[in-house]
Design a binder for this molecule. Structure first.
Ligand code: PLP
Length: 415
């Protein structure tokens, strides 16, 4: 089989592996694998001009810099992942005193979160290697995304979710026809179980921070940020700062990888500053960054932001580096600030689940602490729709009064 990438490298020991030699993590030390493209070959065929203007309004517009081949399935939701909008919320920019603020909204993805990007690429990879069943452990969104993309492409999916996952997410998994097993334990236990089952039953595993192709899907957001925002910045503009919510650390690592691909191809002049935001109640990666090392120590996570509630992040080392190597940083925000950010984003028409609003809460803190300057361009990622977890949103906003169905009652209430 001909692969669309040149090899894997281990993010810990640097060992190199042929495409056929490994499937998940480094056999020596369990490190996450980077997928390395053949940059020379890509450069020989494409440049920023003939690459950027592909007609497809999805992440498949970047097929030439993805490690998988065209997955077909035209006219299905698999072809609608990515190429999400960037908004310029003038009111929020003004409130924060920023000259340029963008919010990239991932909720229009087919299953309403950023995770569709990873699942789309994993489904394409599964088809390439002839895998028939794809399995994942998920707090919800990764599972929903896998279930949705598998359904769109006619592949079987099995999902292990903690039984405490929000009901809307569980409903989505089952609605997409996946085989769903709710684990009487937390995400970390569901993760370990899914790996045991993968080995026992020879299934293909999509787990975040385990399957090297998830980051390759997530990197497409970096390509879009580059194409939609960075290419249009005036030449004398300060460097872009990108705010990303962090749980396992795979989104931030994937986006860093996308920017690194663009640098390696010589297509992007300047690496943006990457700023990771965690909940104070689940801050294992931010802790490592603050200590100044790459040792990820488990925490007992307590945050209500379920999508970033992780005891032991699975992609922590690369996530620390994403901030270190780009002049970025890590911030932590308490759950109250995360809920407050849901309400703020809602007022400009953007509906966020708690994990997603965490990035905006981080920006509020960064402005207050002068970590970003007023003339620095800023992009905040909204990673998932508020419809994913309506109970959390209800905690972020006031309750609505119940009234008698009469005009008097309305007038009395409005006074
Ligand atoms: C998964 C997820 C995150 C965090 O991504 P990691 O790769 O776990 O760091 C953030 N927001 C939402 C909505 C998610 O589903």
């Amino acid at each position: 089989m001909k692969h669309k990438f040149s090899h894997f490298t281990c993010s810990l020991c640097g060992a190199e592996y042929e495409p056929e030699a490994v499937t998940y993590t480094c056999p020596k030390d369990g490190g996450n694998l980077n997928v390395i493209l053949d940059y020379k070959a890509i450069n020989a065929q494409y440049n920023t001009q003939n690459f950027m203007h592909l007609p497809e309004a999805s992440l498949w517009r970047y097929l030439n810099v993805l490690p998988v081949s065209d997955p077909g399935n035209l006219g299905t939701p698999l072809r609608r992942v990515g190429w999400t909008p960037v908004y310029k919320p003038a009111r929020l920019a003004q409130q924060l005193g920023l000259q340029r603020l963008w919010i990239k909204d991932e909720s229009p993805n087919p299953t309403a979160s950023f995770k569709d990007r990873a699942s789309a690429i994993v489904v394409a990879r599964a088809a390439e290697i002839g895998a028939e069943v794809i399995v994942a452990a998920s707090t919800g969104n990764a599972g929903s995304a896998l279930a949705g993309m598998a359904a769109a492409s006619g592949t079987k999916a099995v999902i292990f979710a903690p039984k405490t996952a929000p009901p809307a997410k569980i409903a989505q998994l089952i609605g997409f026809g996946a085989r769903v097993l709710l684990v009487d334990g937390n995400y970390d236990q569901a993760f370990d179980l899914s790996i045991e089952v993968t080995q026992a039953l020879s299934w293909y595993n999509r787990n975040t921070g385990f399957n090297p192709f998830t980051a390759e899907g997530k990197k497409t957001a970096a390509f879009e940020i580059w194409e939609q925002v960075m290419c249009r910045l005036p030449a004398d503009s300060k460097n872009l700062a990108v705010f990303i919510p962090v749980g396992d650390g795979n989104i931030i690592s994937g986006i860093h990888k996308g920017f690194k691909d663009l640098m390696a191809l010589g297509w992007m002049a300047r690496m943006p500053r990457i700023i990771g935001v965690q909940s104070t109640g689940s801050a294992a990666i931010a802790n490592a960054f603050q200590r100044g090392d790459e040792e990820i120590r488990a925490v007992r996570s307590t945050t209500l932001a379920d999508s970033i509630s992780v005891d032991l992040p699975r992609d922590g080392v690369r996530a620390v580096r994403a901030a270190c190597e780009t002049g970025g940083t890590y911030l932590t925000v308490p759950d109250e600030a995360i809920l407050g950010a849901i309400a703020e984003l809602g007022r400009v028409g953007i509906f966020a689940e708690p994990a997603a609003s965490t990035a905006y809460a981080g920006l509020v803190k960064a402005v207050a602490e002068k970590i970003v300057e007023p003339d620095e361009p800023v992009l905040v990622l909204n990673t998932g729709s508020g419809l994913k977890d309506v109970n959390a949103v209800m905690r972020a906003v006031p309750t609505a009064p119940i009234i008698e169905p009469t005009l008097e009652a309305v007038i009395k209430e409005l006074r």
